[in-house]
Design a protein around this ligand. Structure first.
Ligand SMILES: Cc1cc2nc3c(=O)[nH]c(=O)nc-3n(C[C@H](O)[C@H](O)[C@H](O)COP(=O)(O)O)c2cc1C
Length: 266
């Protein structure tokens, strides 16, 4: 029986490798926009749900999601240090990605040591305004920080007094389903509504705590911890403390109150 030489084997392996790499590269490039579109769609859905503009699990088409989002929500980019809006001709809010800034030393800085274990802070952040005509009805703030296994990425909604919590959601995390993963549980998320982010002196005060917690009127600054998941629960407290404080959205919320004739949080 005639056997093929080693040259044939090497050439055959090379051609196979080149063809496979080409197929994988083409698939990766052609799927890139679809993946980005799906990520945007998912984020828009989370914002719509946490602001009460969409039911959790409501079956609506991607076009409807985009239409509902565009009809009700305006994205703005803010400078975290000054708290002022960045003009749209400087940074386009529709393409801005806060995570991209973190890998650019010119657009991010080392975070001061914080229990949320956030190591870098971006210069700019994206906020969403839920509009009622010309008036901003709710503010959606992106928040992130460490849980037990992972970084939790989510949104906190504040009413236009910049203090009353309208909702919370986490759109990305790697906590254990049934334990820390319960941050996604609608029943737990419902416990946040109507509670207060800040105390009377304007300091971030909302905490996830173990033990009995009353209604928002009785315990405005406390939310029930997730059972068997104290570390994730503490992570949520810590990340809110960071993002509601001076290194997070504190200056922006102050600027919002100044622009809208609001009073101090408390
Ligand atoms: C497999 C496994 C997964 C766990 N996942 C989480 C988690 O996602 N979040 C968390 O806070 N604790 C998790 N824990 C529990 C922590 O290790 C720790 O015991 C717990 O946070 C303490 O909470 P407790 O005081 O409410 O019991 C997990 C434990 C095990 C064994």
């Amino acid at each position: 029986m005639q056997t093929k030489g080693s040259t044939y084997t090497i050439v055959f392996a090379l051609i196979t490798c080149v063809i496979c790499s080409a197929v994988i590269s083409i698939a990766a490039v052609s799927l890139k926009t679809r993946i980005a579109d799906n990520r945007l769609l998912d984020k828009q859905k989370k914002v719509l749900v946490v602001t009460g503009l969409m039911e959790d699990g409501e079956a609506i088409s991607p076009e409807e999601v985009a239409n509902r989002f565009d009809a009700n929500i305006v994205a703005r980019v803010v400078d975290l240090e000054t708290g002022k809006y960045v003009p749209e001709d400087e940074i386009d809010p529709s393409t801005f990605d806060q995570q991209d800034e973190l890998s650019d030393p010119a657009l991010s800085r080392d975070a001061p040591k914080n229990p949320a274990q956030v190591s870098r802070l971006p210069k700019h952040a994206q906020v969403y305004h839920v509009m009622d005509g010309e008036r901003v009805n709710k503010i959606v703030l992106p928040v992130e920080g460490k849980g037990l296994w992972s970084t939790l990425y989510g949104f906190l909604v504040l009413e236009d007094d910049t203090n009353t919590i309208g909702g919370i959601t986490f759109y990305k995390h790697g906590e254990t389903p049934g334990l820390g993963g319960e941050v996604d549980n609608p029943k737990w998320k419902a416990k946040w509504e109507g509670r207060k982010a800040y105390d009377d002196s304007g300091e971030p005060a909302i905490r996830v705590v173990k033990g009995a917690v009353g209604t928002a009127d009785v315990d405005p600054h406390k939310v029930d911890a997730l059972s068997g998941a104290t570390i994730t629960s503490n992570g949520v407290s810590f990340l809110l403390e960071l993002w509601l404080g001076d290194d997070g959205f504190g200056p922006y919320l102050q600027s919002f109150r100044d622009d809208n004739g609001g009073t101090e949080a408390g």
